[in-house]
Design a protein around this ligand. Structure first.
Ligand code: SAM
Length: 241
């Protein structure tokens, strides 16, 4: 399934190869943002890194131990080739998986708690869950899961960059940061230029509205292809000892 997945798989690897130059500004912005995140932990778990196309080697180099939850075997193979200097412990089976149609945090909590002294980074995964598990994400239980997720990381640093909205139009660079969580309506008026707002344009909602409301956030623009533009949100929290 992972090979043909809508949120990764072979199509994603081909796009990464073809559009590498277009992805560069986004990758550089992610690198600059990750440089401002200073978790005290020296070990990290990456969720959904794919082949690490958007991850800087300098960032990975800050950690003594790296684990990665990545079900796609091609992604794992390409990651190893791209980052020869980093040894990775791979987790093929993800603890972030719905059971009986419901996202339940028990397995994820057990996974987090069993990794003492690790911090965690969701690599553009949470905003893809609605593609991977459309029925489960549509259910009310997903909102509850999303609301409780930040509380699972008690005593750990964690971060996520995830899709908020995407479509054929490019978000403007007006929106850089926000100290508060922005609802979709506000995001649209702040991140899409006025000339687009008067014409009907379809945007995909990646179901991450209201996530981690207590945290400040940053916004990135990612030109996935010339006809797919994503508005990505980044949040992080560092453990205070
Ligand atoms: C959009 S891609 C992420 C892009 C990637 N971070 C990059 O740097 O290019 C989403 C990734 O999440 C992985 N994935 C899918 N389901 C997952 C799950 N339940 N847990 C962890 N990773 C998952 C996919 O295999 C895919 O590689």
């Amino acid at each position: 399934m992972a090979l043909l997945s809508q949120a990764g798989g072979l199509g994603y690897h081909l796009r990464a190869l073809k559009y590498k130059p277009r992805w560069k500004p986004f990758c550089q912005a992610i690198e600059a943002w990750l440089n401002t995140w200073n978790p005290p932990e020296k070990k990290i778990i990456l969720f959904g890194p794919s082949a690490g196309y958007t991850l800087p080697s300098t960032f990975l180099g800050r950690f003594e131990k790296i684990g990665a939850v990545e079900p796609d075997p091609v992604a794992r193979y390409l990651f190893k080739k791209r980052f020869k200097n980093h040894e990775i412990e791979w987790f093929q089976k993800s603890p972030l998986f719905p059971k009986n149609g419901i996202f339940n945090h028990d397995e994820l909590k057990t996974f987090i708690d069993s990794h003492e002294d690790y911090c965690f980074l969701f690599c553009n995964l949470l905003g893809q869950l609605h593609l991977l598990f459309p029925n489960e994400v549509r259910s009310r239980r997903f909102s509850e899961f999303k609301a409780s997720l930040p509380y699972l990381f008690l005593n750990h640093s964690w971060a996520s960059y995830h899709d908020r909205l995407s479509g054929i139009i490019k978000p403007s660079s007006n929106l850089q940061k926000s100290t508060q969580s922005l609802p979709n309506s506000q995001l649209v008026s702040l991140a899409y230029s006025a000339k687009h707002l008067n014409v009907p344009v379809e945007l995909i909602d990646h179901e991450m509205e209201g996530f981690a409301p207590a945290l400040s956030r940053i916004y990135f623009r990612w030109e996935l292809t010339p006809r797919h533009h994503h508005l990505i949100e980044g949040v992080f929290e560092s453990r205070t000892d």
